[in-house]
Design a protein around this ligand. Structure first.
Ligand code: HEM
Length: 155
């Protein structure tokens, strides 16, 4: 099934509404990831190495969260335009290497997906519908599939 213009619009519209609050949304996204999978925490070197600095003071944590959101938005646009997700090759190779090195496995992508959907639902409850959930899921799944594929080559 193709990705429609309406689906792209749902993803982009909700991200636009979340963007001004991305700082606190990023933090919630991470707290949710670690709530579902506490074992994922030591994978993040900047959390491991910095003692008990509170989570909200980690700029890299925010960067990761925002990147996941932004790349999922880009995926939505690509899916609508071409029916496929293509991450720029150099970026994809770097992403694959980073995630392999950090010990990220397929199951973690599911954790991050659940945390992402929970976070959006909580951030824009008035917009949240099954259609919006489906559009984000599809955009994320296709992006995750591209990264996981490249990770197999990098492993
Ligand atoms: C690093 C994106 C999923 C854990 C990164 C970086 C980006 C990124 C852009 C920065 C480093 C680089 O560019 O190579 C994404 C996207 C994801 C995703 C777009 C999903 C579509 C995940 C998942 C996990 C994870 C599922 C595991 C829970 C990490 C870790 C790092 C990292 C541990 C290294 C952080 C550090 O120690 O500096 N990711 N990521 N990522 N990601 Fe992800």
């Amino acid at each position: 099934m193709g990705f429609s213009e309406a689906q792209e619009e749902l993803v982009l519209r909700s991200w636009k509404a979340m963007k001004p609050g991305s700082e606190s949304i990023a933090l919630k996204f991470f707290l949710r990831i670690f709530e579902i999978a506490p074992a994922a925490k030591p994978m993040f070197s900047f959390l491991r190495d910095s003692g008990d600095v509170p989570l909200e003071n980690h700029p890299k944590l925010k960067a990761h969260a925002v990147t996941v959101f932004v790349m999922a938005c880009e995926s939505a646009t690509q899916l609508r335009k071409t029916g496929d997700v293509k991450v720029r090759e150099a970026t994809l190779r770097r992403l694959a290497a980073t995630h392999v090195k950090a010990g990220v496995a397929d199951a973690h992508f599911e954790v991050v997906k659940t945390a992402l959907l929970d976070t959006i639902k909580e951030a824009v409850p008035e917009m949240w519908t099954p259609e919006m959930k489906g559009a984000w899921e599809e955009a994320y799944d296709q992006l995750a599939a591209a990264i996981k594929e490249e990770m197999k080559l990098a492993a």
